[in-house]
Design a protein around this ligand. Sequence first.
Ligand SMILES: CC(C)(COP(=O)(O)OP(=O)(O)OC[C@H]1O[C@@H](n2cnc3c(N)ncnc32)[C@H](O)[C@@H]1O)[C@@H](O)C(=O)NCCC(=O)NCCS
Ligand SMILES: Nc1ncnc2c1ncn2[C@@H]1O[C@H](COP(=O)(O)OP(=O)(O)OP(=O)(O)O)[C@@H](O)[C@H]1O
Length: 214
Amino acid sequence: MIIGVTGGIASGKSTVARAFAALGAPWVDADDVAREVVEPGEPALEEIAARYSRARVLNDDGTLNRRALREIVFADPAERRWLEAVTHPRIRARLTEHLARLQATGAPYVLLVSPLLFESGQNEMTDRTLVIDVPEALQIERTAARDDVDDAQARAIVAAQMPRAERLARADDVLDNGGSEALMQRRVAELDLHFRQLATQPAADRITHPRGAS
Ligand SMILES: CC(C)(COP(=O)(O)OP(=O)(O)OC[C@H]1O[C@@H](n2cnc3c(N)ncnc32)[C@H](O)[C@@H]1O)[C@@H](O)C(=O)NCCC(=O)NCCS
Ligand SMILES: Nc1ncnc2c1ncn2[C@@H]1O[C@H](COP(=O)(O)OP(=O)(O)OP(=O)(O)O)[C@@H](O)[C@H]1O
């Protein structure tokens, strides 16, 4: 059983995934895979360098200047869509490979953690979805505290993602991460039992949103 875990920037997906991993659930993070597809030598990096010029978006050692590209794509939705068209098909193909490897471990369920699970259609690869929910103000506060981004850029990133209400409407399960980490861990333990129980049932009974449905 594949559980898609999503939520906006700094909602706590990685923190929640680590809590599931401590209980035995393996996971793959789409943000990590997004980094793999733009490593030096990858065709996506060549396409990015050709569009914006090497001097503008590559570091001296040939790696992607992530900050420069972030500033370009969150200032202009057309550029963001271009970058997504270049990267998302490649991210998806690699996620499929990673998930197959995780499932081969025999774990009762595995996690696909992705900020753009619904936006990019990656939910089609999952059996159920879990949304990590926090108020927008807290997302912006946690983004600014963690990353080297200012308040305006944090807001631009939130605006480029699915609105909170829409994401919640599409969730099979929700984890409210507006409280302490201890509360989050308690909720993860409950969900772990729920997923383990669902994994013992016939596939048709445990899938709320069948693969392929939007
Ligand atoms: C623009 C890039 C270079 C910025 O890199 P940076 O190191 O600053 O951020 P990082 O990759 O760690 O992403 C941080 C967060 O930004 C948000 N984010 C990233 N890409 C997008 C996007 N296309 N749309 C909306 N939000 C996004 C996510 O919440 C993500 O967790 C990078 O995010 C990127 O290559 N994005 C395109 C690929 C993509 O869509 N990745 C998301 C996972 S599928
Ligand atoms: N319940 C919580 N209480 C306090 N801080 C938290 C809680 N959950 C997460 N955080 C903190 O919020 C920040 C964002 O969490 P995390 O990195 O897990 O989010 P994310 O959704 O994976 O982010 P992104 O997708 O943007 O990389 C981190 O600094 C983390 O330590």
